[in-house]
Design a protein around this ligand. Structure first.
Ligand code: IVH
Length: 694
């Protein structure tokens, strides 16, 4: 039980925090807390004020709805106030029943009376906008502001392609369409990628956005429309503001659903999930159905909205303070939460990739309890400046691995001496102790242990046994798991030392299967050089590279001993592949594995080295930028370099060609400025196949 004094102290502290965070959120577009945390504090304050009404001061954050107007924009008084919406905090299906029950009670409907008709919409996570059309032409766009007075952002909104500048079909003298401005996740990710490039290029005033809503709000309130235009915004219509009355020839629809259809006909996006529902049961079904689709939607929603469909019933229900009684937002579990970093560990993936992982104080986010969140790679961990002891925002959406979005400013603000050290990736694999390397142009460190590393062993064995490698029939993942876990295979050659007795002694292993596997192992010993080489699982050495290497060198020893320069002579082998081969064969334990496999009886026919490959693009310099349609940048680089071209990181007068893909940024601008040839991937492939024209 809280005493009155304790309650007063807690309420005052909450008030102060909420004021501060409301300002950060509404006025500065720079929220520092996840919504769920803000909501939690808000609800706690409401609860305290309900228990001790004398604590409810006129300036309490609970007594104000909405934000404040930012200086720098012209203020607009909304002709029809922009309301807020009541949030149903019970995220279980009961939340929908509670709303239906309230509506029925207000309407005086008996328990066995008729069901209420509703419209179910998505609750988009963006910012509300009022769009005013006079005689069908967009004349003004305004933010919600505090609901009474908003900001005029017409210029910026005119750049949003999804918003019609002129209504389709017959338009009334005046109509205000309301809806949500938001940013799609993919657009948000691409925007942040460009922001990171700008920051990397030294542009100090640029920042990375925390979430799509924050980025959308920033774009809308950007004072420079040119910058706003470069930030891709989207829109969904869901409501009506002022409209010419029917008596003066304006449109008149008896239901919300028909209004939405009219918005659609005028040319606005209306979410296709929008549906009519009868009674609580159908509201619940909608909530559950959308809940399942939530993660597959290309944009964020934080819940659904139920609205009484009949406009007549809406009028009868009216409002409580600034919230209509005829609508409610029914939320889903928050996808972002705050928690503390207890440690940072490095995990080794099945392919040898090292990933920094934050160990977290358990937190319920996106519907599950999370204790680990990825920091992706060394650069990301350092850029986000995540340290042990920090409070961080964790995001988990759908089945995606939870990630650390960022550190809360309070933690960032602590003096460096009071924070843990900045993360650095170990240069040794934490599992096998082999050297961990980060290749040039790569973001990831990788363990060079290969077949020697326990973290990679299962995967390595399966790869070696694959049909396209040495082909060990019947060696599936369950069995490999069993063999590795029982410590029967520590290195690849141990496979060939498994006798019939050992195999037959395994759990769930029938004698016949054991016999078959022994035969399959025996049969796999007679193989080919490309299959063997591919089976070793050397990074970047796929089937076709293995074939090219075998053809070029003829003998395994020649490949193992070739230096990078000699490797580069092989068709389709560029520096990335050459370096990977060198790294692999420079590790004594990898050579040992090869020797032991030979000693176990693996054989193949060896041949004579082939003639040298031509270098048709020698002397040319290429730069690659953006996302290419079919090749990764590394693959494109390898192909170019294999043909003798040089691939550089930045555009200069010496650049022969810039290969530009989607989302090409500053390099493309630079190339155009200094007159470098810009080509696409198809054109590059054409040059690789047929050489430079002319
Ligand atoms: S209707 C009558 N419908 O939620 C109530 N609002 O707190 C007026 N929102 O500011 C709002 N999706 O930014 C409505 N389908 C939807 C919505 C929606 C998102 C936002 C809107 C508003 C806030 C209400």
């Amino acid at each position: 039980m809280t005493t009155r004094d304790e309650a007063a102290r807690e309420a005052a502290a909450l008030s102060e925090q909420l004021h501060k965070h409301a300002h950060l959120y509404y006025v500065l577009d720079a929220p520092e807390l996840p919504d769920a945390e803000y909501d939690r504090m808000f609800q706690r304050l409401q609860a305290l004020e309900a228990e001790y009404p004398e604590l409810r001061r006129a300036d309490s954050p609970t007594q104000r709805v909405g934000g404040k107007v930012l200086d720098g924009f012209v203020k607009v008084r909304h002709r029809v106030p922009m309301l807020s919406i009541r949030t149903e905090t019970d995220i279980t299906p009961d939340g929908a029943s509670a709303f239906d029950a309230r509506v029925r009670k207000e309407l005086g409907l008996a328990e066995d009376g008729p069901q209420v008709e509703y419209v179910c919409e998505l609750k988009f996570d963006g910012l509300a906008m009022n769009l005013r059309y006079e005689n069908g032409v967009l004349v003004q766009a305004a933010t919600r502001g505090d609901g009474e007075v908003g900001e005029e952002v017409t210029q910026n909104i005119r750049t949003v392609r999804e918003i019609p500048l002129r209504l389709n079909g017959k338009a009334p003298p005046v109509v205000e369409v309301r809806g949500e401005i938001y940013m799609k996740r993919a657009d948000f990710d691409a925007l942040n990628e460009r922001q990171r490039e700008k920051i990397a290029a030294g542009q100090k005033n640029e920042k990375v956005f925390v979430n799509p809503r924050n980025a959308a709000a920033g774009a809308v309130r950007q004072l420079d429309p040119a910058i706003a235009a470069a930030r891709p915004l989207s829109f969904f219509a869901y409501g009506l503001g002022e409209v010419t009355p029917a008596s003066e020839g304006g449109p008149d629809f008896p239901t919300q659903f028909e209004w939405l259809q009219q918005f659609d006909a005028w040319g606005f996006p209306v979410a296709k999930q929008t549906a009519r529902a009868t009674g609580a049961i159908e509201l619940i079904a909608f909530h559950e159905n959308i809940g399942r689709q939530r993660d597959a939607l290309p944009y964020d929603i934080d819940g659904v909205v139920y609205k009484v469909d009949s406009i007549e019933l809406q009028r009868r229900l009216g409002f409580v303070s600034r919230e209509p009684r005829w609508a409610v937002a029914h939320k889903y579990p928050a996808q972002e939460q705050i928690t503390e970093v207890l440690g940072i560990e490095v995990q080794v993936g099945r392919t040898g990739k090292l990933t920094p992982v934050a160990k977290l104080a358990p937190v319920f986010v996106g519907g599950v309890t999370v204790t680990n969140a990825t920091l992706h790679n060394e650069d990301e961990a350092r850029r986000k400046d995540v340290r042990v002891g920090d409070k961080v925002i964790v995001r988990r959406a759908g089945d995606v691995i939870p990630e650390v979005v960022g550190v809360v400013p309070e933690s960032l603000a602590r003096p460096d001496s009071e924070r843990g050290p900045l993360f650095t990736m170990p240069h040794q694999c934490p599992v096998c102790g082999s050297e961990a390397l980060r290749e040039e142009g790569e973001v990831d460190y990788r363990c060079t242990g290969g077949l020697f590393c326990a973290a990679q062993r299962k995967e390595a064995i399966l790869h070696f046994a694959a049909r396209r490698a040495v082909d060990i029939d019947g060696l599936g993942d369950k069995l490999v798991e069993q063999l590795v876990d029982a410590n029967l295979i520590r290195i690849l050659p141990d496979l060939y030392r498994l006798g019939f007795t050992t195999l037959a002694g395994l759990d769930r292993m029938a004698e016949k299967s054991a016999r078959n596997l022994v035969d399959a192992l025996e049969a796999s010993k007679k193989t080919t050089l490309p299959r063997f080489l591919f089976g070793l699982g050397i990074r970047h050495v796929g089937e076709s590279t293995a074939k090219d290497l075998a053809k070029h060198f003829g003998k395994l020893d020649a490949i193992m001993d070739a230096n990078e320069e000699q490797l580069l002579e092989v068709n389709d082998v560029g520096p990335v592949v050459a370096q990977s081969l060198r790294t692999f064969f420079d590790q004594p334990h990898n050579r040992e594995v090869v020797e032991q496999l030979r000693a176990c009886g693996l054989t193949w026919e060896e041949g004579e080295p082939a003639a040298r490959a031509p270098k048709p693009l020698a002397g040319l310099t290429f730069v690659i930028t953006g996302t290419l349609p079919t090749l990764s940048r590394d693959e494109a680089k390898d192909k170019l370099e294999a043909a003798g071209a040089k691939v550089a990181g930045s555009v200069s007068k010496k650049t022969s060609y810039l290969v530009a893909g989607e989302e090409a940024g500053s390099k493309l601008d630079k190339a155009r400025e200094i007159g470098v040839n810009v080509i696409d991937e198809a054109h590059m492939l054409e040059i690789l196949a047929n050489g430079v024209p002319g």
